[in-house]
Design a protein around this ligand. Sequence first.
Ligand code: GLP
Length: 260
Amino acid sequence: MEIIIQPDSREASRLAAKIVAGLVREKPHAVLGFATGQTPIELYRYLVEMHRNERLDFSEVTAFNLDEYVGLEPGHPASYHSYMRENLFDRINIRKDRVNIPFGLADDIPTCCRSYEERIHADGGIDLQILGIGADGHLGFNEPSSSLASRTRIKTLTDRTRKDNAAAFGGEDKVPHHVITMGLGTIMDCRTCLLLAFGRKKARAVAQAAEGPLTAMVPASILQMHQRAIFLLDEEAASQLTRTYYYKWVYENKPDWQKY
Ligand code: GLP
């Protein structure tokens, strides 16, 4: 794992944008995995800026999102379809037919999940998956106790996650109980995982995921088994790690050819 600690979320998001843009420039037909939540919003803002000011071209990029709520119309303001349109897809030149987000209104959820996996496979797999982390260590909507080998499927949210996501719905009681999420096995198949975490609220989950035991009770700890997982943190999210000095030294002393 590579653990990069930046002074604040702004710097971390800027670096994340640089990593994503570097991939898109090197591989214009890259397959990108996107996440939702508050955390990647600044990263998306930077990508929009780079598209406008530096002609960062998304015309050949394919996108797969991590998850979506079951039962929400794509046009519902709290849906992840709406979130992605507002924060990124409507502001860059990505082709709408190359955008994939689980369909929360599917009649046949198992078939919809299977076909999502098949589409990822048919597109050559995800080159880079952007990830946030839940305060309980969840990835996507893979709640604690999720199978570490899981694939795209329906999941039931915990009360804590419904509470954490209540603001977008205007009340906890309005947050759906069910979601469709890529599985931890699906995420593990992505060539690079780029996890962003900001703020003290995430410090415990980050420390458990990066330095704790590998356990289904902290789903993000599966990334310890990933060949190329990058944790991009601000100081607060890194505050419960025990080896910050080491991680900072490693990053500051990277050989030139390894620098982003
Ligand atoms: C939700 C999303 C996750 C996200 C998490 C954290 O559960 N499904 O993908 O990582 O929220 O959200 P935030 O970045 O708002 O803290």
